[in-house]
Design a protein around this ligand. Structure first.
Ligand SMILES: NC(=O)c1ccc[n+]([C@@H]2O[C@H](COP(=O)([O-])OP(=O)(O)OC[C@H]3O[C@@H](n4cnc5c(N)ncnc54)[C@H](O)[C@@H]3O)[C@@H](O)[C@H]2O)c1
Length: 322
């Protein structure tokens, strides 16, 4: 794995940019491509003078050729509910045409192809926690289907390239991940709660707040991804933190870490919102020797400076507009 030239699609996004950092730290050269639909160049600012790093702004839904690469990490896709519901059709396009074009790059250069898939493949699950062998409960015509079905299609396309073209492939099913560079306004639980708590606004809880989620800190997620990338495992593998929190417990942790005096406010549960989401990570433990190390409270503390900065930047931008 040493000294490879690696393609990262979606490299200006939250996870893609952390992955670029990790690959560079391992001694690889990285070419990141992104159309910036939800990503930000700011996430890559610190790499501007890095000679082993290159960025190209392009839409992977059009055929593209990054030159010879030995490994392909396919991370491009709007990922938060706010983003994929706003950009429903681009989400379906990047999951279909974008995935095919990226698979073709891997095929052309004989590179290993790594797909960033998602726990959303399990939909609103009837099995709990979710193991990789569970096929999921997805509403194909619901508001979240643009994302869930795009990712399920991407998995099918990846497996088809392995089956028909003998491509080396890896598939990670990522569960809710948070940390620095998470978009401030992406509507995900952690960014919502942190922003509201740090601003002293009420924390918005959907439903009765008893639905659960698990949250993986970004350094743990990236470590799991790198281990899977280096393994020979071709079947989907869950990488996430299995410790479950109700939304109420999560809100309480955020209030404790930020020292905020914000109150809670309740709103109706959005359609098709999963009631429970928790990875079974026995497989990752067994085959990769991986498990998360950062608990929620520590992760929130590690993310706090970033959220404060992001809020300050948002305020400055608003003041300049006014
Ligand atoms: N963050 C999570 O908790 C999570 C959970 C499950 C799966 N994932 C997966 O991980 C990947 C990265 O997610 P993220 O949280 O970093 O989201 P993100 O929105 O921050 O990053 C996605 C990146 O893809 C880029 N992109 C989208 N369409 C593109 C296109 N057509 N051409 C080029 N670039 C394009 C965006 O501009 C963005 O920079 C996604 O594939 C997502 O489905 C993330």
């Amino acid at each position: 794995m040493n000294g490879m030239r690696v393609l990262v699609t979606g490299g200006a996004g939250f996870l893609g940019s952390h992955l670029c950092d990790a690959l560079l730290a391992e001694g690889h050269s990285v070419i990141a491509v992104d159309n910036l639909i939800t990503g930000r160049l700011q996430n890559l600012d610190h790499l501007r003078r890095e000679p082993r790093f290159e960025f190209r702004k392009l839409d992977i839904c059009e055929a593209f050729d990054p030159g010879k690469v030995e490994y392909v990490h396919h991370f491009a896709c709007p990922a938060s509910p706010v983003d994929y519901m706003t950009h429903g059709i681009p989400t379906l396009q990047v999951g279909s045409a974008g995935t095919f074009n990226t698979l073709e790059v891997a095929r052309k250069y004989g590179a290993t192809f790594f797909l960033a898939s998602t726990s959303e493949c399990y939909g609103d699950p009837h099995e709990h926690p979710q193991t990789e062998s569970y096929w999921g409960n997805v509403n194909p015509v619901g508001p979240r289907s643009v994302y869930d079905e795009a990712k399920r299609f991407s998995e099918a396309a990846t497996v088809a390239y392995r089956r028909y073209h003998k491509l080396e492939t890896r598939i990670v099913r990522i569960f809710n991940t948070y940390g620095p560079r998470l978009q401030l306004n992406d509507g995900r639980v952690i960014s919502n709660f942190m922003k509201q708590a740090l601003r002293g606004d009420d924390l918005t809880v959907y439903g009765d707040g008893k639905q659960t989620r698990s949250f993986c800190y970004v350094s743990d997620e990236i470590e799991g991804i790198l281990r899977l990338a280096k393994s020979k495992e071709q079947e989907p593998t869950n990488i996430g933190n299995p410790t479950e929190f109700t939304m109420l417990e999560c809100a309480e942790r955020v209030l404790r870490v930020t020292g905020s005096k914000s109150k809670l406010t309740f709103q109706p549960l959005p359609q098709d919102d999963p009631k429970q989401r928790c990875p079974d990570i026995s497989k990752a433990k067994r085959i990769l020797g991986w498990e998360p190390k950062v608990d929620l409270e520590s992760g929130l503390r590690l993310s706090m400076d970033y959220f404060k900065q992001a809020i300050a930047m948002e305020d400055t931008a608003a003041a300049m507009k006014a």
